[in-house]
Design a protein. Structure first.
Length: 246
């Protein structure tokens, strides 16, 4: 059994540095791995990334993360990524990693995901070049999920980590008029095909916690949804239990 501590939308800043550092130090006694589902910073400023990096340095368990839309807002996403990697974070940008935890091979596919919507409000691959570039960007994310799941097919546990939602199940509570900008059901296609053990995302602060893509459980781990610094998942293959951690 592997224990995964997950959180999304931490929105780190200098003002939250102390709280974040304390929560990360505490959770490492309860988990084998930390997963961060994007919006790691408030507005994507390097000093905000440094506040999160300070919490990650020296942890005795690994941290894997993806970026979110907030982490790109200041146009300094590459700097944010470099700071976090310098603190030992495995920052996944359309890629996969494999870890050995509790004598178990754990594969994590990490992508940001992107917008696009869901049936009834989906953006088409049609019209102005700018709109078609949005569609193409999401296609690139979809392809990265598929490629990553192929790479980790041999792992005993397979996890997909995103920022944007791959299903509308976990958007209930958000106004339906903005669902197009909270995720895209096209992200679900490789998940439905390769059936990882669990999918985690953030982004939808007013969404709901639990959903599914076929038999695959999907959890919105945005801290605004969970009401906790981390949710801890006890994972065995096709066996997920959930435990809240303050």
């Amino acid at each position: 059994m592997v224990r995964i501590a997950a959180a999304g939308d931490v929105h780190a800043s200098e003002a939250t540095r102390e709280r974040i550092t304390e929560s990360f130090a505490a959770v490492q006694t309860d988990a084998d791995l930390v997963l961060l589902a994007g919006d790691l910073t408030t507005h994507g400023e390097p000093e905000q990334a440094e506040a999160l990096a300070a919490a990650c340095r020296g942890l005795e368990i690994p941290v894997c993360a993806v970026l979110g839309n907030h982490d790109h807002h200041a146009g300094r996403g590459a700097e944010v990524a470099a700071i976090l990697r310098g603190a030992g974070v495995t920052l996944l940008e359309r890629e996969a990693t494999v870890l050995e935890l509790a004598e178990t091979s754990v594969g994590v596919v990490g992508v940001k995901g992107f917008v696009g919507g869901f049936p009834g409000s989906a953006l088409p691959d049609f019209g102005e070049p700018l709109l078609r570039r949005v569609y193409a960007e999401t296609t690139t994310e979809v392809d990265a999920i598929a490629r990553g799941l192929q790479e980790i097919a041999h792992c005993a546990l397979r996890i997909v980590l995103l920022h944007y939602a791959p299903t509308s199940d976990t958007l209930h509570g958000e106004p339906e008029g903005i669902w197009t900008y909270l995720g895209c059901d096209r992200l679900a296609a490789p998940i439905a095909e390769y059936r990882p053990d669990i999918v985690l995302h953030g982004h939808a602060h007013a969404g709901s916690f639990e959903g599914a893509i076929g038999p695959v459980p999907v959890y919105n781990v945005a801290v605004h949804v969970t009401g906790r610094d981390f949710y801890v998942f006890d994972l065995g293959p096709r066996d997920v239990t959930v435990e809240a951690k303050a």
